[in-house]
Ligand binder design. Structure first.
Ligand SMILES: Cc1cc2nc3c(=O)[nH]c(=O)nc-3n(C[C@H](O)[C@H](O)[C@H](O)COP(=O)(O)OP(=O)(O)OC[C@H]3O[C@@H](n4cnc5c(N)ncnc54)[C@H](O)[C@@H]3O)c2cc1C
Length: 445
C-alpha cells in the first residue's frame, strides 16, 4: 500500500546529518508532505553505513553490517527497499579460542573445546543456573549468574573488555539487552555435541547482492535525492526570530524546524550550548573504530561469516568475510576480509599511518592462519571517530540534562550518536517512524 502525501509546505525541516537516521527522516517526512532538507558533511551520505567499491572489492567501511531484525515490519521495509538486490545467508560464525574455531555463540559451541574445558563450562553453567545468586549489580555478576564462571572467564569477559575498552565491572546493566540468555537444554546439548543454535533471530540474515550495505541508503536516497545536500558541514545553527539559520561558514540555509542526527559532541558546538551542557556531553564516553579492508587473490575456503577474537594480544576483535556475504563483494576467484578494531578516541592507533596499521593487522591475521600475507592484493584502512556509545553509570544523568537543553531550544535529537544509544539499523528506522507518528513503516516501501 502506498501512502499519499498531505502537504505541510509551511514547515521547512532541516535535518543535520545524512546517515541512516537523517536519510530515513527525509524519506518518510517528504512522503508526509514536509519540505525537508538533509545537510550531510561528507560528499557521500550513509555515515556508518558507507561502502566502497575498489578494484572489484566491496567493503562496508563502518564495520560489517547485515540486515536482521525482530521487528518484522521494519525488516520487511528494509528488504523491500532492496527489491531483488539481496541475498539470504545462514550465519557461520566462530570464536577463535586457543587456536581452535569454537562455534558462536560460545555456549552453543562447547563441544569444540578440549574435553575438560567443555566439562568445566557445562558444570559452572548448571551451577549458576541452579543456584542463581542475588540480582546482578554489574555485567561481571550478570555473566557469572547467567552463564557461569567458566564461559564468562574464557570468552565473555575478555571479549567484552576488548571491544568496550573498559573493565567489566564498570559496564552497566544497560548492555544486557544485547546478550543472549540461552536455554539450559541448548547448552547441555551443545556440550554433548548435539547441534543447537543461539541468538537465533540473527541465524539467517540478509545482505545486498551488490553495492554493500550502502545499497540500503542509496535506495532510500533515490526518492529524496533533491532533498539531500552533501558536502555541507553544519558549523553553526541559530534561532533568529523563530527561524533556524544553519551555516557551514559560507552558505546559510533557513528552516522552521531542526532535527539533529549528528553526534552530540558536535551538536553542542553547532548549537552553541551553554557550558553545563557541554560538560555533560564531555562526560559521555564512546569508542572509535578502525577497519582494515583486505582483498585476497584466493578463495576463502573457511566459509565463515565472522570470526570473533577475544585474545587481547591481537588488535582486531572481529573479522568478517564480506565475499561470503555476497559473491559480488569480490572479483571472481578472490575473497575479502574486514578486520575491526575498537579504540578509545585518543588511541595512538588513530594517529598511526594507514600503511602501518594495515601491515600490522595483515601480519597478525597471517600468524593466526586466517589469511596468507603473500596472497594480499588489496588493503585499505578507515577510521570512524563515533562508533560505539558507552552506557556507563554517568550516562542516564548526563543524558537527562542534555535532552532537557535540546528540548528547550526545540531541536529534535534522533540517531545513534544524537540520542547516544546503541541502536542498530532497525532501531534507527523505527525511532524515526515513531517520531513522525508512523505505525506501519512497510506501508511506506
Ligand atoms: C561496527 C558496527 C557494526 C554495525 N553492524 C550493524 C548490523 O550488522 N546491523 C544493523 O542493523 N546495524 C549495525 N550497526 C548500527 C548502524 O550502523 C547504525 O544504527 C546506523 O548506521 C546509525 O545511523 P545514524 O544516522 O543514526 O548515525 P551515523 O551513521 O553516525 O550518521 C551521522 C551522520 O552525520 C554526519 N555529520 C556529522 N557531523 C555533521 C555536521 N556537523 N554536519 C553535517 N553532517 C554531519 C556524519 O557524516 C554521518 O553521515 C553497526 C554499527 C557499527 C559501528
Amino acid at each position: 500500500m502506498s501512502v499519499k502525501a498531505v502537504k505541510h509546505e509551511a514547515t521547512r525541516v532541516g535535518v543535520l546529518g545524512g546517515g541512516l537516521s537523517g536519510i530515513a527522516y527525509a524519506y518518510f517526512s517528504s512522503r508526509m508532505g514536509f519540505d525537508v532538507t538533509v545537510l550531510e558533511k561528507n560528499s557521500v551520505p550513509g555515515g556508518l553505513m558507507r561502502s566502497i567499491v575498489e578494484e572489484g572489492f566491496t567493503f562496508d567501511i563502518g564495520g560489517s553490517h547485515i540486515i536482521f531484525s525482530k521487528d518484522t515490519d521494519v525488516l520487511s521495509f528494509m528488504l523491500s527497499l532492496l527489491r531483488g538486490n539481496r541475498i539470504e545467508n545462514r550465519r557461520n560464525t566462530a570464536i577463535l579460542y586457543k587456536g581452535r574455531l569454537v562455534k558462536y555463540p560460545f555456549e552453543n559451541g562447547l563441544s569444540d573445546l578440549p574435553f575438560l574445558e567443555n566439562l568445566s563450562c557445562l558444570l559452572h553453567f548448571l551451577y549458576a543456573r541452579i543456584w542463581r545468586k542475588r540480582e546482578p549489580g554489574n555485567l561481571r555478576e550478570f555473566f557469572y549468574n547467567s552463564l557461569g564462571s567458566a564461559i564468562s572467564e574464557k570468552y565473555l569477559i575478555p571479549y567484552n573488555e576488548k571491544i568496550w575498552k573498559m573493565s567489566i565491572e564498570d559496564m552497566s546493566l544497560g548492555f544486557i539487552g544485547r546478550i543472549p540468555n540461552p536455554k539450559v537444554l541448548d547448552v547441555v546439548k551443545a556440550s554433548l555435541g548435539i547441534g543447537s543454535e543461539g541468538y537465533v533471530h540473527q541465524l539467517f540474515f540478509h545482505y545486498p547482492r551488490k553495492g554493500g550495505i550502502q545499497a540500503l541508503i542509496e535506495s532510500l536516497k533515490s526518492s529524496v535525492q533533491e532533498h539531500v545536500v552533501t558536502g555541507f558541514e553544519a558549523k553553526n545553527a541559530e534561532n533568529e526570530s523563530g527561524e533556524w539559520v544553519v551555516s557551514n561558514g559560507h552558505v546559510e540555509k533557513v528552516f522552521d524546524r531542526i532535527v539533529s542526527t549528528i553526534p552530540l559532541h558536535d551538536a553542542v558546538r553547532v548549537f552553541n550550548a551553554p557550558r553545563y551542557v557541554k560538560s555533560n556531553v564531555e562526560r559521555l564516553r564512546f569508542n572509535s573504530l578502525v577497519t582494515v579492508a583486505i582483498g585476497l587473490e584466493e578463495l576463502n575456503v573457511k566459509g565463515l561469516s565472522w570470526l570473533y577474537i577475544p585474545d587481547r594480544n591481537i588488535h582486531p576483535h572481529r573479522v568478517s568475510f564480506p565475499s561470503n556475504f555476497s559473491p559480488e563483494n569480490a572479483p571472481e576467484g578472490k575473497s575479502s576480509i574486514l578486520a575491526e578494531i575498537t579504540v578509545k578516541p585518543d588511541d595512538r592507533l588513530l594517529r598511526t599511518s594507514c600503511d602501518e596499521v594495515a601491515s600490522m593487522v595483515i601480519e597478525e591475521l597471517d600468524k593466526l592462519k586466517i589469511i596468507s600475507k603473500n596472497k594480499v592484493v588489496y588493503r585499505n584502512v578507515f577510521q570512524h571517530k563515533y562508533a560505539y556509545p558507552i552506557l556507563d553509570s554517568n550516562y542516564q544523568e548526563c543524558m537527562e540534562r542534555i535532552r532537557a537543553f535540546f528540548n528547550e531550544i526545540g531541536v529534535e535529537l534522533i540517531g545513534r550518536f544524537a540520542e547516544f544509544k546503541y541502536i542498530n539499523m532497525d532501531d534507527a528506522i523505527r525511532n524515526v517512524a515513531n517520531r513522525l507518528g508512523i505505525h506501519k513503516v512497510s506501508e511506506y516501501a
